[in-house]
Ligand binder design. Structure first.
Ligand SMILES: Nc1ncnc2c1ncn2[C@@H]1O[C@H](COP(=O)(O)OP(=O)(O)OP(=O)(O)O)[C@@H](O)[C@H]1O
Ligand SMILES: [Mg+2]
Length: 259
């Protein structure tokens, strides 16, 4: 079982979009359903999958309280989801007073060992205790970096946090993998930022960037991933990008010997 935290404290960088579409692509490529956990109290991933807040009786709150997966997960066609729904804002506060508060998620996911090949964690856009739980539980960290001015802002904080957690909790992963998002070939700024990311992250940067395509923003309003949504050229581009990123993700995971 390979646990990947999709994290960056930068808001709107594409964490949720990547968690959703990477999960769908992994299923389409491997035929095996991943588990996706919506760790963001805003519940954007959950609503992107078509669930309404009031549909959900159980969420990550109950999962963190130790309720079994069967009772909290909802089943999507391509992945299982532990949802979040706005009432989950309490989780961050509850964690503060929990014993061994940084390792709660790690301990819970240990119990799921062998049930999934991939677990994807969609983190909130801050470096609070929920994100820390994800970084400590993870075998890999995938950071979406938006191709815009100040793309690298905040990356140093994330790197420092990861280094501190690695030392404190004996984590074995190498720093993180980065995928460029909101890429636009026709924009000089976008190409420049991508080159800067290549210099900064070298082989840690995925070869394929995710291009800016409006279909990626539209699909969630229909509760669909990009593989279910739209017949436009833009939707096809977005499918190609996420399919290629997913192949690279699986290849890197296999190369790291994580299973
Ligand atoms: N490649 C893309 N092209 C066009 N729109 C995109 C793309 N990726 C994401 N979006 C849209 O941009 C917005 C932000 O993306 P997303 O929610 O995935 O970011 P996030 O990092 O999860 O944000 P937050 O920090 O708030 O959780 C969403 O409306 C999403 O639909
Ligand atoms: Mg998000």
């Amino acid at each position: 079982m390979q646990i990947t935290a999709i994290a960056t404290q930068k808001g709107g960088a594409g964490k949720t979009t990547t968690a959703h579409n990477l999960a769908a692509a992994i299923f389409l490529i491997t035929g095996v359903k991943p588990l996706v956990i919506d760790l963001d109290p805003q519940g954007n991933l959950t609503t992107s999958c078509g669930y309404k807040k009031e549909d959900l009786s159980k969420t990550i709150l109950e999962f963190f309280d130790g309720e079994p997966l069967e009772r909290v997960a909802v089943r999507d066609d391509r992945f299982d989801l532990i949802p979040s729904n706005g009432f989950t804002a309490d989780l961050e506060i509850k964690l503060v007073t929990t014993t061994a508060r940084e390792t709660v998620l790690k301990r819970l996911l240990k119990k799921l060992e062998g049930r999934y090949e991939h677990v994807l964690l969609d983190c909130p856009g801050n470096l609070g205790l929920i994100t820390i739980n994800a970084l400590v539980a993870a075998d890999r960290v995938l950071v979406p970096v938006q191709c815009e001015f100040h793309a690298l802002g905040g990356i140093a904080d994330l790197e420092r946090t990861i280094e501190e957690l690695k030392e404190a909790f004996n984590l074995t992963y190498d720093s993180f993998e980065a995928v460029a998002t909101f890429f636009s070939q026709r924009l000089t700024l976008s190409r420049d930022v991508r080159n800067e990311l290549r210099r900064r992250f070298t082989s840690r940067l995925y070869d394929t960037p995710i291009r800016t395509r409006v279909a990626l923003a539209e699909a969630p309003s229909y509760g669909e991933d990009i593989f279910e949504y739209g017949t436009t050229e833009g939707a096809e581009d977005a499918r190609n990008d996420y399919r290629t990123v997913a192949k690279e993700f699986l290849k890197r995971g296999a190369a790291n010997g994580i299973s």
